[in-house]
Ligand binder design. Structure first.
Ligand code: SDX
Length: 434
């Protein structure tokens, strides 16, 4: 619980003073607890986009945007990316501690044995057009899970919450791979219990019945690292969407579907697809100045995709790890002189040396390098955000579990600054003037 250390904020207006508690966190800035502000002061706060608003208390992830720090339950993302693996990070996010050997073995077995999808759901995929974006398919299919897994939708039952948790983490790769296979007209590939999480996903995406598929260990390690780096990120837009949807008591499958929909946007998880498309449109280092100029032009809606962040005003630590991984993976795959990676590196250098980007503290974010690795692994750009969604499912579910278990949980219901008409009377149509 945050420390109510008897510090107080005093807000004076209209001849009155409202005293508000200040709560101190383990890490990060103090917060002014404004829960009594409307009751005691008769005013709302106003913060579209929540630039200065803490929406909840959480123990899961901490970000220091000025120092470029990202901790999951206190562990730095750089150490987890180097030493851990995705399912271990899932356990850490869900249960708060690194698992013992036995706990990890049990958790991995539970996830492995829930990777198959209800066979009836195959028909659900067939209702989509073949050229549907895989994110559209995932949004629909994940939402539909609440129509197939009724025995894990009662959120008041801790056991059903646990079953839904494992099902979500286990089945998301299967759903994403099926969405991919469906859109390229290839048969679905069933998961295998003798493969690790990342290898299983790669095989479900790239295997065909006509021949055996051997997982390339370089690719499965890179895939697992990408999953680890995208697992959770505090109260980002899609996580906040899942929390708000869950606050009404909706079932976890429906809430995660809402999170997938939000993640799809190019300002959020859709940026990895938009970033690679931008790098390809730039095409060569010679065109970088043209795009930098467009990004700085306030009359041009173009922005450098994969750059900037609401919280990071320094390097996104995930981008650092992904930049190093991009070099490693492409070298190991024998594509050192990848032109897109070259454009990315020169674009990063040009932007970081430009006064506009320096002044606005715009740095590469998690989406800047991830697409280069995913493309080298054989994925089309349309699969970049689905892969982000597979990884972020554990973040959404961890934050959901934390919120549902909080006895202080209330339905999220923001107020507004109303600037519309004051009350006025109805006018019959014959009395209205053109
Ligand atoms: C993710 O929140 C998270 O944690 C998200 C995420 C996660 O793991 O969940 O980290 C994942 O979503 C990463 C972000 C991916 N999005 C992109 O790469 C899209 C490009 N970036 C921008 O759209 C933007 O930087 C945002 C949306 C990421 C952040 O926007 P903010 O915080 O609302 O900042 P802003 O739009 O108010 O920008 C501040 C200024 C503006 O200029 P002024 O109006 O003050 O003159 O910086 C400019 C912006 O125009 N700016 C950019 C820019 N990003 C911000 N200018 C050019 N290129 C950019 N990329």
């Amino acid at each position: 619980m945050a420390d109510d250390n008897n510090k107080r904020a005093r807000l004076g207006f209209d001849g009155k003073t409202v005293e508000l508690p200040i709560l101190s966190p383990t890490l990060g800035p103090d917060v002014i607890d404004i829960r009594r502000l409307y009751a005691d002061g008769g005013v709302f706060t106003y913060d579209p986009g929540y630039t200065s608003t803490a929406s909840c208390e959480s123990k899961i992830t901490f970000i220091d945007g000025n120092k470029g720090i990202l901790l999951h339950r206190g562990y730095p993302i750089e150490q987890l990316a180097e030493k851990s693996h995705y399912l271990e990070v899932c356990y850490l996010l869900l249960y708060g501690e690194l698992p013992t050997g036995r706990q990890l073995e049990d958790f991995e077995a539970r996830v492995t044995n829930h990777t198959m999808l209800h066979e009836q759901m195959m028909y659900f995929f067939r209702g989509f057009r073949r050229d549907a974006h895989p994110m559209a398919v995932m949004t629909g299919v994940v939402g539909a899970m609440s129509a197939f897994y009724h025995d894990s939708t009662d959120i008041s039952d801790p056991w059903q919450r646990e079953v839904a948790t494992v099902r979500m983490i286990a089945k998301m790769p299967t759903i994403a791979a099926m969405a991919y296979k469906f859109t390229i007209g290839q048969p679905f590939v069933y998961p295998r219990n003798d493969l690790d999480y990342a290898s299983n996903f790669l095989r479900m995406c790239f295997a065909v019945p006509a021949e055996d598929y051997e997982v390339n260990p370089i690719l499965s390690r890179a895939m697992d690292r990408i999953f680890t780096l995208h697992a959770d990120h505090e109260q980002n837009a899609s996580t906040s969407t899942v929390r708000l949807a869950s606050s009404s008591g909706a079932n976890p499958f429906a809430c995660v579907a809402a999170g997938i929909a939000c993640l799809w946007g190019p300002a959020h998880g859709g940026a990895n697809q938009a970033c690679l498309e931008m790098l390809k449109e730039i095409g060569s280092p010679e065109r970088i100045p043209e795009f930098i100029a467009r990004a700085k032009d306030r009359n041009d809606p173009f922005r450098l995709m994969g750059f900037g962040h609401r919280v990071y005003k320094n390097f996104d630590p995930r981008a650092r790890v992904l930049k190093q991984s991009a070099d490693e993976v492409l070298h190991l795959l024998g594509i050192d002189n990848n032109p897109t990676l070259q454009v990315a590196k020169e674009l990063e250098a040009a932007a970081l040396n430009d006064p506009y980007f320096k002044e606005k503290k715009l740095f590469p974010n998690v989406d800047f390098y991830s697409g280069i690795i995913l493309e080298a692994m054989g994925f089309p750009t349309s699969m970049f955000t689905p892969i982000f969604a597979v990884s972020r499912t554990v973040g959404w579910i961890s934050q959901w579990k934390e919120m549902i278990a909080d006895p202080a949980m209330k339905i999220g219901r923001p107020r507004q600054l109303y600037t519309g008409h004051a009350q006025r009377d109805y006018v019959d149509v014959e009395d209205r003037k053109d």
